[in-house]
Design a protein around this ligand. Sequence first.
Ligand code: MG
Length: 170
Amino acid sequence: MNTTVPDPQSIPPFRIGHGYDVHRLEAGAGVVLGGVHIECPYRIVAHSDGDVLIHALCDALLGAAALGDIGHFFPDTDPRYQGVDSRVLLREVVGRVGDAGYRFGNADLTLIAQAPRVAAFVPAMRDCLAGDLGASVGQVNVKATTHERLDAVGRKEGIAAHAVVLLLRR
Ligand code: MG
């Protein structure tokens, strides 16, 4: 993959990116979503801390900058990322996107979870993510929906997230 920094004048002024992630849920003592610990009778099964919302956000940022995906930079076979706080990965991605000639515009994130219920934690997630993005809270939207009990996510076997990001040329 070509990840060389392009000539800034060749970069369009606006760049959109999309990210998606899913992880399995199992019985446990809590999850981390959007950088916020939520006590609940579940855990997310993952090599990292399993923060699907941050993983989707990272992929949207990398996608908008045409830098590939999160698995390219942080392979789940690398012991350095065992149990890693996904906020560390997000800050690294933000740095790489900046190095490629972009600044953050806005993000719209959708968490799909039958469990746990996250609505009460959304303001804290926005604060946390905006901090890591070097942005204001108004640039980061977090939505949450159930899966209407349909399919694996609806049976509480997993949790998923989508992210859309707009980057601006610096
Ligand atoms: Mg993931």
